[in-house]
Design a protein around this ligand. Structure first.
Ligand code: FAD
Ligand code: NAP
Ligand code: SF4
Length: 649
């Protein structure tokens, strides 16, 4: 997986440390982020590449570090084709992709030959750099896929027209890379087994392609699911675990080389089941190894409860990568910061009070205790987790339970003294050397006429099950929580979410599990289940509701609510709430939403009263997470701030 550290020579020492920690953690075989084989194949101007011997020293930092840790590593060769974000882009045909503003130039026959030679040169250089193999990226809609599928390839020369001609580029690349690298070099081919586009490949074509690349010299075939432009989620948190291992299974027995299953494999139990059921010969994980470099070692030691599980949020990994920022991990801010953020033993042990066992407080308490401090963690609630206890109840966010399990175990292991059901007061804290305020936030109550009407409830009342919500509801505020509350209220026992079963998920999103439809998508997608109640989602801003949700997941939330008939309105002026419902003005017209309940999701304010009291008493408490700043708060920032403070105390 691309981390962003591959793009600049100066970041390779960091990249080397990142991979070395995963090799030390027991990973059997690693694959780097994609390296372009030619400038035309760049993902972005001057992005990661393997073009010339001048680049070898930086790559040797990586291969040496991994080999010193007894690991193995392949270099991925990725030609972005029309997904490149620069004016040099080329493709099979001059058809622009919906995810890049640059229209590609169609390669002529000489041009195709030149790009193939780039793959061969990159393979030769990878071998010289000490890599144990290469992975050729033939999936996710990148250049090779742009030749193999009719979705882009409209050529009628020797590189298009028939199935065999469309596949020729994959065969040529694999055969010539194999010839250049020799027999004792791993050559993985990442095959698009499910394009998830109506004019993607048919299953019989995919089997044919798999056999062709095997004959050409591939030693392993890895699974690719969905082009980046497909409008079906493939890795986000609402995708069930191992949701696509059935696709790899269909190819088992059709080729002789090992097959690798991918996508949403985030626990050892899920991985074991795939292998035990015979769905694949190997499993691969990307994000779970950002979340915990010791995943394999912990699984091997029989302590899976110690694994920091990837919750598939994409917030610090893919969302960063797609914004040109270095990847990290929401649950593990050390990911890609291994040379910068270290939890070394403290010189002297001090007594530290952490108030608030939300994500910020949990991170701070466990890091500080792990470093040898004597830490007491207070929370007024009966459980640890803060707002994660509401997040975990949202259909599609079940993975948030894992973070709570991880921290509960770590609190135990690191010897933090946990005081639940205990509202901390200033006088309780005076005996500590350091006080950390991780007291989070309280919901904002907007000044709307009738805000005290009995039909008005807060999202906390709804998500904590304190009020039964009626058959029609208006949600005030369309931020992350407004969207989540809409999702929550749209389900009930008769309208379950599709996030827990691959079959329900496939039916919900129109994926053809029989693989009879081209590209694996039904021509008439199944209509998603209607929402459990009538829901309006409202905001005052004129911008598109959900505009600020995650870069790689926001579209899923927006599309999901739209598909299910939830009405979202922007540019709304709230007039008043009374027995008849919520009175609004929108598009210069007055409108009455005759709803049973109005749910307030209008953002939050920092809970600081305890911090202020301590300051008045001459103490200097540390503030982290929502307590420090309520605006633009998310768990990524909360956990990062907690970890950084825990590392510095
Ligand atoms: P909190 O989680 O608010 O924790 C503060 C804790 O302090 C609470 O447990 C409280 O009981 C305790 N406390 C306060 N005062 C005292 C006191 N005096 N004594 C003892 N204890 C005290 N973020 C994301 O990044 N991604 C998501 O997908 C996401 N989804 C969400 C979905 C929902 C429905 C909700 C509600 C939130 C979601 N969030 C998400 C936001 C995320 O949960 C918060 O950003 C995060 O929890 C903030 O962490 P925190 O530790 O600062 O505060
Ligand atoms: P938010 O994203 O800031 O949204 C607050 C909403 O309330 C906005 O839609 C805002 O829109 C509205 N609002 C603000 N002041 C208002 C007022 N006085 N009257 C009426 N409406 C008002 O906050 P949030 O939804 O509470 O989420 C809190 C944090 O949790 C966010 O930072 C978010 O990143 C995080 N979170 C993330 C996810 C995720 O999936 N990544 C999910 C949930 C939460 P208008 O001002 O236009 O009306
Ligand atoms: Fe997984 Fe989220 Fe971390 Fe990415 S940021 S690795 S999706 S937990």
């Amino acid at each position: 997986m691309h981390t962003g550290l591959e793009d600049r020579a100066r970041d390779y020492p960091r990249l080397a440390r990142y991979f070395a920690e995963r090799a030390e953690g027991g990973v059997g075989l690693m694959v780097t982020g994609g390296m372009a084989p030619t400038r035309r194949g760049w993902l972005a101007p001057f992005a990661s590449s393997m073009l010339s011997p001048r680049q070898l020293p930086r790559h040797r930092l990586v291969t040496d570090a991994v080999h010193n840790a007894d690991g193995r590593i392949c270099m991925q060769i990725l030609h972005a084709g029309r997904y490149g974000y620069h004016p040099l882009v080329v493709s099979s045909s001059a058809i622009k992709s919906p995810i890049s503003p640059f229209k590609p130039r169609a390669l002529n026959a000489r041009g195709v030959e030149r790009e193939i030679r780039g793959f061969v040169r990159a393979t030769r250089l990878a071998r010289e750099a000490g890599y144990d193999g290469v992975e050729i990226m033939g999936s996710e809609g990148y250049l090779i896929n742009q030749f193999t599928a009719p979705h882009v390839n409209d050529r009628d020369d020797e590189w298009g027209g028939t199935t065999a001609k469309r596949y020729r580029i994959a065969e040529e690349i694999v055969a010539r890379c194999r010839e250049a690298a020799g027999r004792d070099f791993i050559l993985i081919y990442r095959l698009s087994m499910l394009d998830l586009l109506p004019d993607g490949n048919r299953w019989d074509e995919i089997v044919e392609q798999a056999r062709a690349v095997e004959r050409a010299g591939a030693s392993i075939i890895n699974t690719g699911i969905g082009w980046h432009e497909a409008r079906i989620p493939t890795i986000a948190t609402m995708v069930p675990r191992a949701a696509f291992s059935w696709v790899t299974r269909k190819l088992m027995g059709q080729v002789g080389v090992p097959l690798v299953a991918t996508n949403r494999i985030n626990t050892p139990e899920v991985a074991e089941k795939i292998l035990a059921d015979g769905d694949a010969d190997m499993v691969s994980m990307a994000r779970p190894l950002l979340a915990d470099p010791e995943f394999v070692a912990k699984a091997a030691a029989g302590t899976p409860q110690r694994i920091n599980t990837c919750i598939a949020c994409n917030q610090a990994c893919l969302d960063h990568t797609f914004k040109g920022r270095t990847a990290s991990c929401l649950v593990n801010p050390r990911a890609c910061a291994e040379t910068r953020l270290n939890y070394e033993q403290a010189a002297t042990s001090r007594r530290i009070a952490v108030v608030g066992a939300g994500p910020a407080g949990l991170a701070c308490a466990t890091v500080a205790a792990g470093r040898g401090h004597d830490v007491t963690l207070f929370d007024q609630a009966p459980d640890i987790g803060g707002q994660f206890n509401m997040a975990k109840r949202i259909p599609g966010k079940e993975e948030f339970y894992e973070t709570l399990r991880y921290f509960a175990n770590l609190l135990d292991e690191s010897g933090v003294s946990v005081r639940l059901n205990t509202r901390a007061r200033a006088e309780d804290l005076l005996r500590f050397d350091e006080c950390v305020m991780a007291t989070g936030v309280t919901p904002r109550i907007p000044a709307i006429e009738g805000i005290n009407h009995p039909s008005v409830v807060s999202y906390t009342d709804v998500l904590q099950g304190r009020v039964p919500v009626g058959a029609s509801v208006a949600i005030i505020g369309a931020g992350g929580i407004g969207f989540d509350v809409a999702e929550f209220l749209s389900h009930d026992r008769e309208h379950p979410a599709s996030s827990t079963s691959p079959e329900a998920f496939a039916a919900d999103w129109g994926i053809d599990m029989n693989l009879e439809a081209q590209g694996g998508v039904r021509s008439i997608p199944q209509q998603p289940a209607p929402p459990a109640r009538e829901i309006y989602l409202l905001q005052r801003k004129d911008s598109k509701p959900g505009k600020d949700l995650g870069k790689t997941t926001g579209w899923i939330h927006r599309l999901n609510l739209k598909r299910r008939g939830i009405e979202s309105l922007n540019g709304v002026e709230y007039r008043r709430i009374d027995d008849r419902g919520l009175h609004i003005r929108v598009d210069q017209e007055d409108r009455l939403l005759e709803v049973d309940h109005v749910v307030i999701c209008a953002g939050q304010l920092s809970s600081r009263s305890l911090a202020d009291e301590l300051t008045e008493q001459g103490r200097e408490p540390h503030l982290i997470g929502g307590a420090r700043l309520a605006g633009e708060l998310d768990a990524k920032r909360a956990i990062r701030e907690g970890s950084e403070l825990g590392a510095s105390l």
